[in-house]
Design a protein around this ligand. Structure first.
Ligand SMILES: C[S@@+](CC[C@H](N)C(=O)[O-])C[C@H]1O[C@@H](n2cnc3c(N)ncnc32)[C@H](O)[C@@H]1O
Ligand code: SF4
Length: 345
């Protein structure tokens, strides 16, 4: 039986279905409450809906919750979950505990077509986009799901290449009838697919992280083929049109590659490139991947780079690597072969 899933539907979509099925109008709100707030896994648990009406629902729908088939826990407490998705494929999600927070790093696609030279997910190629159900199932089915405080779209895939489903997932996360999260608890990371970036800025109030990695177009193009189509300079120009001085946060991610983009001249160019923008810069240690000549910068180089940008007035941090021992760190997610045999840093 190919059931449709309730998890992933907005209130108005459920209202339309309720009308179609001839059920009482208030059933829609009861369903969103059971699925999104009470977090039930089956229609039978929706005990304030009559048995007859539950039977009508069950003919076409299920809740659509899927448990991870594998959970790995890092020495630093980071957890990586492997979820099955449609067509026999798999995706990974990561839970990152830190002080008072528990952040989930969700995937938006299986693989990615953007082919950045430093990224394991990119090496998989593009195998499909996740449905709203598959995105939200990560949020509902990871261990400690009810304790999650923040969400980042930094797992597998380019979220702006799955725009409609990512935006609908954000709608559910922030809707009063569902999790009622503040959009400030959500950060979308993108390499800058400009048309959808513009829509994201206009249609959501979530934080934005832009993967920049070089202030120089020629170099960025070598690292990230997207630069041919959407130039970082045009992304910056677009971002300058928005007011970032209030609650919404803009950050730039900058992976530091030894001898490539980590010399003082790059720090100077970067500060000129971003000058006047109210933003943060996150320096990311490169997690080495098989088949790539790139290597991580040294700790001293990263500190000097950070100190330069800080002196120029930027809030600049060196992002702590989390979950490297279980291949859960940024850019290390890949589900080409399961179970994976492992790569070494
Ligand atoms: C995997 S991407 C997913 C989100 C989106 N596609 C993007 O590129 O921003 C999340 C972050 O991981 C970074 N990343 C990718 N490969 C990496 C690696 N090998 N080491 C460190 N960071 C990496 C990306 O540059 C990006 O900033
Ligand atoms: S860094 Fe992001 S956009 Fe680039 S290949 Fe990896 S997932 Fe795709």
């Amino acid at each position: 039986m190919n059931q449709e899933h309730l998890l992933g539907m907005t209130l108005s979509e459920i209202q339309n279905i309720i009308l179609e099925l001839g059920l009482p109008r208030f059933t829609a709100k009861q369903i969103t409450d059971w699925v999104y707030v009470k977090r039930v896994k089956s229609i039978d648990e929706m005990t304030n809906i009559s048995v007859r009406n539950r039977d009508i629902l069950k003919k076409r729908f299920d809740v659509g919750r899927v448990e991870p088939v594998d959970v790995k826990t890092s020495v630093d407490g980071t957890q990586k979950m492997l979820f099955p998705v449609k067509n026999g494929k798999f995706i990974e999600s990561v839970n990152i505990p830190e002080e008072e927070r528990l952040t989930i790093c969700v995937s938006s696609q299986v693989g990615c077509k953007m082919d950045c030279s430093f990224c394991m997910t990119g090496k998989m190629g593009f195998l499909g986009s996740l449905s709203v159900n598959e995105i939200l199932n990560q949020v509902y089915s990871v261990p400690n799901a009810e304790a999650l405080t923040n969400l980042v779209f930094m797992g597998m895939g380019e979220p702006l290449n799955n725009f409609d489903n990512v935006m609908k997932a954000i709608e559910v996360l922030t809707a009063d009838y569902a999790l009622a999260w503040s959009p400030k608890r959500i950060t979308l990371s993108t390499i800058g697919v400009i048309p959808n970036l513009k829509r994201f800025l206009e249609e959501s109030r979530c934080h934005l992280a832009v993967s920049l990695h070089s202030p120089l177009s020629v170099q960025r193009e070598k690292l990230m083929p997207i630069e041919k189509t959407f130039k970082a300079a045009d992304i910056i120009e677009l971002l300058r049109e928005y007011d970032w001085s209030h609650q919404r946060r803009l950050s730039f991610e900058y992976i530091m590659f030894d001898g490539v983009n980590d010399a003082p001249v790059y720090a100077r160019e970067l500060s000129k490139f971003l000058s006047g923008l109210d933003c943060r810069v996150n320096l990311i240690r490169f997690h080495k991947i098989p088949g790539s000549d790139l290597s991580p910068s040294t700790e001293e180089t990263m500190i000097a780079f950070r100190d330069f940008l800080t002196a120029k007035g930027f809030t600049c941090t060196i992002r702590a690597s989390r979950g490297e021992d279980i291949f859960a760190a940024c850019g290390m997610l890949s589900t080409t072969k399961e179970p994976r045999t492992g790569i070494q840093d």
